[in-house]
Design a protein around this ligand. Structure first.
Ligand SMILES: [Zn+2]
Length: 280
C-alpha cells in the first residue's frame, strides 16, 4: 500500500533527490519547508523560490505529490549546539504531524552518507519520539522518522538528479552563506540591489564544487525595499522585530537571474576587476 510521507524539503541536492525517489516509489509525498528564523534570510528566500520552481516542474508534479507545507519556526541558534538543523527540522516536522494526527505513515529527512548528523541518527530519533511523549502520551501511531538516503554519497545524489533532469540538478541551492557578487544602488527606491551567488567556501559549496562546479548554479537578484523599511521603523519604533522571517520577507525579495542577465553581470564584474588591476 502506498504510504503518506511527510518530507523535509530545502531546495538542496539531497532533499530534491529524496523527493524524486519517494515520488518514483509511488508514495504520497507531502513536502515541508521549515522556515526557520535562524537561517540566513536570503538563503531562506532563495530556497523557497527553488522549491516552488521544482514543485511546478511537470516531471515532478505527479498525482502523488501534494501541496507544499511551510512551517515557520521563530528560534535563534543556541550557542554550544554545533548541529542545530536536526533540532529545528524535527521540531518543524512535529508541528505538522500534530496537526494531522494519525495521518502520516513516515516522516523523512534526506541526510546522506557523510553528513555530520548521520553519526547522531539514534539521538535524533529519540528527540523525535520525545516530542510525542511530551505532548500526547496516548498517541497511538507515532510516524517513524526515516533517513532513506544515508547510504547515498553526494556523487550518487547528483548523478540521480542529472539522470532525472539536468535543469532540476542545476536549479538546486546549497550554499549556507550566499555571497554578494555585485551590488548597486537602486535609483528610484533608495534601496540596494545585489546579485547573489554560491559562496564557494562553505562546506556544502566545497562538496558541490568537486562534482559539478558552481559556475552553472543559479544567481539571484536580491532587492531591498528601503522605503518600506523606513516607514515600518518610523511607525513601530524599536518594537519592530527585524529578524522576524515574515517581516524580512516583506523587506527583501529574491528573483532568479536568467542566463542572459547572468552573463551580463559576469561581464560587468570582469570589466570592474580589470579596471582595478590596471589601477584605474
Ligand atoms: Zn557556500
Amino acid at each position: 500500500m502506498n504510504k503518506n510521507i511527510l518530507q523535509a524539503l530545502s531546495g538542496g541536492f539531497d532533499s530534491t533527490c529524496l523527493l524524486i525517489k519517494n515520488l518514483e516509489n509511488g508514495d504520497h509525498v507531502y513536502p515541508v519547508y521549515i522556515k526557520a528564523s535562524s537561517v540566513d534570510p536570503v538563503k531562506r528566500q532563495i530556497e523557497l523560490k527553488v522549491i516552488k520552481e521544482l514543485l511546478a516542474n511537470p516531471e515532478i508534479k505527479t498525482h502523488n505529490l501534494h501541496d507544499l507545507i511551510t512551517v515557520p519556526l521563530h528560534m535563534r541558534n543556541i550557542d554550544g549546539i554545533f548541529s542545530f538543523q536536526p533540532v529545528l527540522w524535527t521540531l518543524g516536522l512535529f508541528c505538522e504531524v500534530k496537526k494531522r494526527r494519525d495521518f502520516y505513515d513516515e516522516v523523512h529527512i534526506g541526510y546522506i552518507m557523510n553528513d555530520s548528523a548521520v553519526s547522531y541518527l539514534g539521538e535524533i530519533k529519540r528527540i523525535w519520539r520525545s516530542f510525542f511523549s511530551l505532548s500526547f502520551p496516548e498517541y497511538n501511531k507515532i510516524p517513524e522518522l526515516e533517513f532513506p538516503l544515508v547510504k547515498y554519497s553526494k556523487e550518487m545524489v547528483i548523478n540521480k538528479l542529472l539522470y532525472f533532469q539536468n535543469t532540476v540538478a542545476y536549479n538546486c541551492w546549497t550554499c549556507e552563506r550566499p555571497s554578494v557578487l555585485y551590488e548597486r544602488k537602486k535609483k528610484n527606491h533608495g534601496g540596494r540591489e545585489q546579485i547573489i551567488e554560491h559562496c564557494g567556501r562553505c562546506a556544502p559549496c566545497k562538496k558541490i564544487k568537486e562534482y559539478i562546479g558552481l559556475e552553472n548554479l543559479p544567481r539571484y537578484r536580491r532587492t531591498e525595499h528601503r522605503e518600506l523599511l523606513g516607514r515600518l521603523v518610523k511607525r513601530y519604533k524599536e518594537k519592530l522585530p527585524l529578524d522576524d522571517p515574515i517581516i524580512l520577507d516583506m523587506l527583501i525579495t529574491c528573483e532568479k537571474l536568467d542566463e542572459k542577465e547572468s552573463t551580463h553581470i559576469t561581464s560587468i564584474v570582469e570589466r570592474r576587476e580589470n579596471r582595478k588591476k590596471q589601477g584605474m
